[in-house]
Design a protein around this ligand. Structure first.
Ligand SMILES: NC(=O)c1ccc[n+]([C@@H]2O[C@H](COP(=O)([O-])OP(=O)(O)OC[C@H]3O[C@@H](n4cnc5c(N)ncnc54)[C@H](O)[C@@H]3O)[C@@H](O)[C@H]2O)c1
Length: 347
């Protein structure tokens, strides 16, 4: 392998087209040499001036110039494509959720281990510049003891005939597995593992088979509490993708950092928690939050560069690697079990 890892993209027309391929083309340590899709692949290849376009995963995987693949096909295709890629000895960056469930995730991890290829899952939000700063602030104790986190990601997703996300057989579930998993992953990045959780799911507006509503209540091993709210039935204009983190000495709020963007805004207040009790409890106070600057890091570019560097250095990815992938699948299973049985589930 040269100084740059040569990637082939499997499933190139959705998020790959909109975000990941453009980010990969700017990355310093990788190249995109081939794309594969079952529809319109020539157009994708033309748009990004990628020379080789395939209509089957097998053909792309037989290309000797492909060192690694980025899989961004519908979730129900992931396991088979991971198995094929591992058999062809290609390293694998696969979009979230890695597979449909825990059993499939174990199989995916196992085949990658047997074939000695690296595996990373596409939870890119922890690479966002604001989220890196939040983690630093928390680990430096600037919020005191973190007691509560709230993360929100919602959109308007009306019924679309044939949409793979709208049927659990092809998507693994709905708003919970598709969007809440990003936030579970991000909050564990901030404050460590969740100890137990409870979930509510339902179809509040849309009649498709996958849930359009998911609210998770989580307790972390640190003791902190969290709520994670993800809905497919809130208009885009009405959802602010807010992140709120409260500690005994301050708080951090962001808007627009959760999601697919590079930007958003972040503000915080620190150094509190030593005042006397204020019996007046006047909440009509002027807030002294200050903007917190952060580097504009493209999270898709950063996750791909991280994976490519792992390949170049010969060290398996720790961020979003197999251990975390299995953990995410277990969290999803626990959350769906909780929603079904109406109980708290330890994880
Ligand atoms: N990390 C993120 O920000 C993010 C955002 C959106 C989607 N995703 C994930 O990316 C994956 C794809 O989601 P999407 O929104 O791009 O879906 P999509 O339906 O918009 O696009 C999927 C693409 O895969 C192609 N495809 C269908 N069957 C295929 C097959 N058998 N082999 C190869 N390609 C095939 C489709 O033609 C289409 O171009 C999912 O795992 C999803 O959860 C991640």
């Amino acid at each position: 392998m040269g100084e740059k890892v040569r990637f082939g993209v499997i499933g190139a027309g959705g998020i790959a087209f909109r975000k990941t391929i453009p980010a990969m083309l700017r990355a310093r340590n990788l190249r995109v040499v081939a794309v594969m899709d079952t529809a319109n692949v020539e157009k994708v290849a033309e748009a990004f001036r990628i020379r080789r376009a395939y209509t089957t995963a097998e053909d792309l995987l037989a290309d000797p110039e492909v060192d690694a693949v980025y899989i961004a096909s519908p979730v129900h295709c992931h396991l088979e494509q991971i198995e094929l890629a591992a058999a062809a000895r290609k390293h694998i960056l696969c979009e979230k959720p890695l597979t449909l469930d825990v059993a499939q995730t174990r199989r995916a991890i196992d085949v990658c281990r047997r074939k000695k290829v690296f595996l990373q899952e596409g939870y890119m939000m922890k690479f966002h510049g604001a989220h890196q700063v939040i983690r630093e602030n928390i680990s430096q104790g600037r919020l005191g003891k973190v007691v509560y986190l709230r993360a929100q990601l919602s959109c308007w997703y009306p019924p679309i005939p044939g949409a793979w996300r709208q049927d659990p057989k092809t998507g693994g579930g709905g708003a919970l597995i598709d969007m809440a998993t990003h936030l579970l992953n991000l909050l564990e990045f901030f404050v460590g593992p969740i100890r137990r959780l409870a979930a509510l799911t339902g179809n509040l507006v849309h009649p498709y088979r996958s849930e359009d509503a998911s609210t998770i209540l989580a307790e972390f091993r640190s003791g902190a509490h969290a709520t994670i709210d993800c809905f497919w039935c809130i208009p885009d204009e009405a959802s602010r993708t807010r992140l709120e983190i409260y500690g005994s000495a301050g708080a951090i709020f962001t808007e627009g950092t959760i999601g697919q963007s590079v930007g958003g805004t972040m503000e915080g207040i620190f150094g509190l928690g030593s005042a006397e009790y204020d019996a007046a409890q006047n909440k009509d106070v002027v807030r002294k939050f200050r903007p917190i600057p952060f580097k504009k890091i493209n999270p898709y570019q950063a996750e791909c560069e991280y994976f490519a560097q792992c390949i170049l250095d010969g060290r398996p990815p720790e961020i979003n690697g197999p251990v975390e992938a299995l953990r995410m699948a277990r969290l999803v299973e626990a959350a769906y079990r909780s929603a079904k049985e109406k109980v708290f589930v330890p994880v």
